[in-house]
Design a protein around this ligand. Structure first.
Ligand SMILES: C[S@@+](CC[C@H](N)C(=O)[O-])C[C@H]1O[C@@H](n2cnc3c(N)ncnc32)[C@H](O)[C@@H]1O
Length: 281
């Protein structure tokens, strides 16, 4: 097992970053048409749902609205400042600080009907990846589901010449590599799911249009702004980390260039999702 690292979210815990996170969430959900790709049965009440790396809990609130019913929702994150200051009791969501590289609370083993985690693996370094995934899988009860979603920043995506956002994903890929984060976790996840004995494994790659590619004017603007702010925040992160192939003047110019490209030709978010179930026996 890898030794403990001290983790902190590189894009910071500001309200502007939280708004960017919500903008990306809306961009994706409005395109896919659901917050949940896995076929979890919400018809009976009392399901226990975990959203790991929940930030402000937006995914959980939207899941609750989409599925209805009375369920127990828990949102965990390393960045406490993202949690709602005064969580509404009617949301039925409990928030808890948790680093995914650290042991989960006692008693949570095999206790969740659904474990969801989106865009969090970029926050942990490669040596911690397999254990972190193993610990998450361990939270799923027999018959329960796990769903992971991550940005696809593969070589194919970051070199996409028709994609006005490709430069942003290239920067993200280089940032991951500079920080010792695995840029292609999708290469391993299916094997690890199989090793853990999970069944009904499904993978999906989704292209989510951003900017000019969106027909709804409101989402055209919201998606574009979210990706431009992503470029700004990644550029700030890259300056802290120092990436030789992205000098400071290049990083300063990136958001403006991306904005123009997304207005003119559009681009996209490339998402990879994998979900599976723990068998009943
Ligand atoms: C890009 S945001 C995604 C938020 C949310 N899951 C979503 O998809 O809208 C990444 C989140 O992961 C959290 N995070 C980063 N590293 C983490 C870690 N080691 N353990 C738990 N959460 C972490 C950050 O604080 C942040 O809220």
């Amino acid at each position: 097992m890898a030794v403990k690292q001290s983790n902190k979210y590189i894009l910071g815990g500001s309200s502007e970053e939280l708004d960017r996170i919500h903008g990306i969430h809306e961009t994706i959900v409005s395109h896919i048409g659901t917050v949940l790709l896995a076929p979890v049965d919400f018809s009976s009440s009392g399901l226990r749902v975990l959203d790991s790396g929940t930030a402000g809990g937006r995914w959980l609130r939207d899941l609750r609205e989409e599925k209805g019913g009375e369920h127990e929702f828990i949102g965990t994150d390393i960045t406490e400042s993202f949690f709602p200051q005064e969580p509404k009791p009617e949301d039925g969501i409990t928030y808890k600080t948790q680093d995914i590289t650290q042991p989960w609370p006692q008693g949570w083993d095999q206790s969740f009907d659904l474990v969801h985690q989106r865009f969090v693996l970029g926050g942990i370094r490669q040596p911690f990846l397999k254990d972190a995934i193993g610990n998450l899988m361990n939270l799923v009860k027999p018959g329960g589901w796990i769903l992971l979603m991550e940005s696809d920043v593969s070589e194919r995506v970051v070199n996409g010449e028709q994609d006005g956002a490709a430069e942003v994903w290239r920067l993200l890929r280089h940032l991951y590599m500079a920080m010792g984060v695995e840029p292609d976790p999708d290469k391993y996840l299916r094997d690890w799911f199989e090793e853990a004995g999970l069944v009904d494994i499904h993978e999906q790659r989704i292209f989510v249009p951003v900017g000019a590619g969106r027909s709804d004017p409101e989402m055209r603007d919201r998606s574009l702004r979210s990706v431009v702010v992503t470029a700004q925040h990644l550029a700030m992160g890259a300056k802290q980390v120092g990436i030789p192939s992205f000098p400071a003047d290049e990083l300063d110019a990136l958001p403006g260039r991306v904005q123009t490209a997304l207005e003119k030709k559009g681009g996209g978010l490339h998402v990879y999702a994998i979900w599976a179930r723990r068998s009943l026996r």
